[in-house]
Design a protein around this ligand. Sequence first.
Ligand code: MD3
Ligand code: FE
Length: 207
Amino acid sequence: MEGFCHHKAYITKRQQLALLDDLLKIIKAAPFYTPTMPKTGRPFSVQETNCGPLGWVSDKKGYRYQATHPVTNAPWPPIPKSMLDLWQTLTSLSQPPEACLINHYKNTAKMGLHQDKDEDEFTAPVLSVSLGNSAKFRLGGLKRADKTQSIELKSGDVILLGGPSRLAFHGIDRIIKDSSTLITDQTNLDAGRLNITMRRVTKLAKV
Ligand code: MD3
Ligand code: FE
């Protein structure tokens, strides 16, 4: 798919440990919550939290971006410098990401095929970092029925979804248990996998 770029093993083990440390601090300030599906109220199998000026949330009322945690009502913590640096290096955009969504997958969690369309700006790419156990990621086309491919995302991989791929259907089929030792029980994260995505939500200013 045009605009899709997979940087395998982009983040070193040391950087992954440092990033995990940053994330654990964020999770202390903004604990994971279990989002629910709009209308049905069915819980996601993934737990989520955010950092940055805006966070993506889902509940019975719908999907949206908001400045505060839906359970604690506190403002989201700031995006760590390591993540902002990664955005700057890989996107070359002068304007920072506004949302940084943190997804936690237990080994049995998955995410159905969907498009990310809740933003007002689609010219900026989405940047995603994988930590912990590997995932079978599915990437399709612009229509749900388009052909899909399966891609393994490992700890330290970074993917960029720019151009047409920004609106591609995608999902997580499954997590591969015991495929990484990065996230241990002492992190209170039940092993599993973390995925961190940064996005532009509002329109980029004309510079
Ligand atoms: C392709 N996350 O947070 S990351 C999501 O692993 C999401 O947690 C998955 O889908 C995860 O919305 C997949 C890779 C990813 C993220 C955003 C995309 C792929 C994307 C946006 C557009 C197209
Ligand atoms: Fe998505």
